[in-house]
Write a protein of this length. Structure first.
Ligand code: TRP
Length: 334
């Protein structure tokens, strides 16, 4: 059995970029018989930005609902909320003792955050990589399905684990590797000409899994375009390439080929293309949205899923923390 671990920050509704970037990988992983998957909502991590308690509660539930609706099966994977497994904090403390402020300060994501929010440089932000390492090492993960932006964190996880082994003369933590089914992660661009679909990229840029049909259509119809091609077979500007890329993931190959041809012979009408794209997105999103609505109104079920996930996750988590306590020189408490 290979252990798979990944965390998702609770930032609100998931969009098509999240779906094709992460979720699709998770859903394929859960189908493998030799993969033992742990997927969790990283709510401790979310505290670095000081969210309101109501927002935390709502966003955590939202993510769980979206994941279930998209097809994650709590009988096949362990789906849990990070803060329901407080063992991770004890491991975080042990790892912090051997993480150096210098290396944490040099981490690119930390430097970005400092630049973006110079008046909220808290210690939690600095130690974000040790908490993430604790998430991963807690379950002795073999693979961590994450995007390119998390490679440095994963590198740091390996180095914290190896350092622990070296300091205590043990061979306890293994080296987790990044994982992706596709060699190159699928890039999902935004509708406003941006190369990335994202929550913070501005209004109308992202299609959320729970967007109502009219909202979805309006966003697609308003997508940024240009005056149209001026020469046959000309390279596409970014905003137009984005529409084609979106079509590549949600539409049939024939549909894509049809509009490619229209682009090349300059007879393309963006309105027609957008209408088709909106229809194909709607076909894709509709069943997910319906399940989102069902799960949203079933708090008892969501609660059961979360509790069951916490219980399953804590079995291994307790074991790891007790082992680490013993290695460090503390008393086992089990
Ligand atoms: N840092 C990840 C992100 O921003 C979320 C995360 C937290 C995570 N802990 C993790 C991902 C452990 C993989 C494994 O997306």
């Amino acid at each position: 059995m290979k252990k798979i671990v990944s965390g998702i920050r609770p930032t609100g509704s998931l969009h098509l970029g999240n779906y094709f970037g992460a979720l699709q990988n998770f859903i394929r992983l859960q189908q493998l018989d030799d993969a033992d998957c742990y997927f969790f909502v990283a709510d401790y991590h979310s505290l670095t930005t000081h969210p309101h308690p109501d927002d935390i509660r709502g966003n955590v539930k939202k993510i769980i609902v979206d994941y279930l609706a998209a097809g994650l099966d709590p009988e096949r994977v362990t789906l849990y909320v990070q803060s329901d497994v407080p063992e991770v904090i004890e491991l975080y403390l042990f790892l912090n003792m051997n993480a150096y402020v210098g290396e944490l300060e040099r981490c690119a994501s930390f430097k970005d955050k400092v630049r973006q929010n110079p008046n909220n440089v808290n210690a939690g932000l600095l130690t974000y990589p040790t908490l993430m390492a604790a998430d991963i090492l807690l379950h002795h993960a073999d693979f961590v399905p994450v995007g390119k932006d998390q490679m440095t964190h994963l590198e740091m996880t390996r180095s914290f684990g190896n350092r622990f082994n070296r300091i205590y003369g043990v061979d306890y933590f293994k080296e987790p590797q990044a994982f992706n089914f596709n060699n190159e992660p699928i890039k999902i661009p935004g509708l406003n000409g941006s190369t990335k679909m994202g929550k913070s990229e501005g209004e109308g840029n992202a299609i959320f899994l729970d967007d109502e049909p009219a909202v979805l259509k309006k966003k697609v119809m308003r997508a940024v375009t240009d005056g149209g091609p001026t020469q046959p077979n000309q390279p596409k500007p970014q905003a137009i390439e984005n529409l084609f890329q979106l079509m590549r993931v949600v539409s049939a190959p024939e549909t894509l080929a049809f509009f490619e041809e229209k682009w090349n012979d300059m007879s393309i009408r963006y309105g027609d293309m957008k209408k088709q794209l909106a229809e194909d997105m709607e076909t894709f999103v509709a069943p997910i949205r319906e399940r989102i609505h069902q799960f949203e109104s079933d708090d008892a079920y969501i609660d059961r899923v979360i509790r069951q996930g916490a219980e399953k996750s804590r079995v291994g988590a307790r074991q790891t923390v007790q082992d680490v306590r013993e290695i460090v020189g503390f008393r086992r408490m089990d």
